[in-house]
Design a protein around this ligand. Structure first.
Ligand code: ZN
Length: 274
């Protein structure tokens, strides 16, 4: 069936195999894009969703509610793709890279697939074999059903599914909002800088990524927006011991100011004419 089933009922081996297959699909896609000179950000994201995401998501209806620690290799594939697409290093927080691209973590895609699956099963006529198996799973409280129903009730979906008022679009927006709320709660400096200073819509790709053809200057702009630049406020964070922010002073002028985005854009004398 394409899913590795272990006698213990754990899906660790299945998830590892799918992650490895997803990685191969991603490399094949990137290789082909590079051969054909396809560098459009929007197109690359669409190709990932069509060619790689389905490989990673195969059978996610049965394994997606496993413990999150099992998904690290899966998440690495998507994170690697978004970082490569925007030419940013791994240290840039995943949350803001996803906001910039209007994308969501793979896990959210799997959860949406589960919801679609359960909703379709609930609506099937009771004489269908699949519906009978589904009803049986709930009546004998199988491990799959336990995880499923716990997750559904935690997100408030159990009631709407039972009432027949479930809407996949609303559920997806609910999951997106929850995910975005989680990113906003982060205490990471780069995340709060991005949230407070950049204009963006977490539901759609930033307009400049759609409108401008990828170029060195666009990648510089991305690095600047996402905190992946080489100003001292960022690069000195990697020194040990880490100097406090106020000591990361600008090397290009005598103002003794912190070399940060604000100083770079508005204060540096040699940029005032640009
Ligand atoms: Zn300066």
């Amino acid at each position: 069936m394409g899913i590795v089933l272990h006698k213990s009922g754990c899906f660790k081996a299945a998830i590892e195999k799918l992650a490895a297959a997803g990685k191969r699909a991603l490399f094949a896609m990137q290789y082909r894009c590079s051969e054909l000179g396809l560098d459009d950000t929007h197109l690359r994201c669409s190709l990932f969703s069509s060619l790689v995401q389905p490989v990673l998501s195969y059978g996610c209806e049965v394994w997606c509610l496993e413990r999150p620690s099992l998904f690290s290799q899966m998440n690495t594939v998507h994170n690697h793709f978004v970082n490569c697409t925007l030419h940013v290093r791994k240290s840039v927080p995943d949350g803001i890279v996803l906001c910039e691209l209007g994308r969501v973590p793979s896990q959210l895609h799997w959860q949406k697939t589960v919801l679609k699956y359960v909703s379709r099963l609930s609506e099937l006529p009771s004489d269908r074999l699949v519906k009978k198996a589904f009803t049986h799973a709930s009546s004998v409280n199988t491990l799959w059903w336990q995880k499923q129903s716990l997750w559904l009730s935690q997100h408030g979906f159990e009631g709407v599914l039972a009432e027949g008022t479930f809407s996949l679009a609303n559920a997806e927006q609910h999951l997106r909002d929850k995910c975005y709320h989680g990113i906003c709660q982060s205490s990471a400096t780069k995340v709060s800088f991005f949230m407070n200073n950049m204009s963006f819509d977490s539901n759609v790709m930033a307009s400049y990524l759609r409108d401008i053809r990828p170029s060195a200057s666009m990648f510089s702009l991305i690095k600047f927006r996402l905190g992946g630049h080489s100003l001292r406020v960022e690069t000195d964070r990697w020194l040990r011991p880490k100097p406090p922010r106020e000591q990361r002073v600008c090397r290009h002028c005598s103002m003794q100011a912190v070399e940060d985005e604000q100083h770079f854009l508005f204060d540096l004398p040699f940029l005032q004419h640009h």
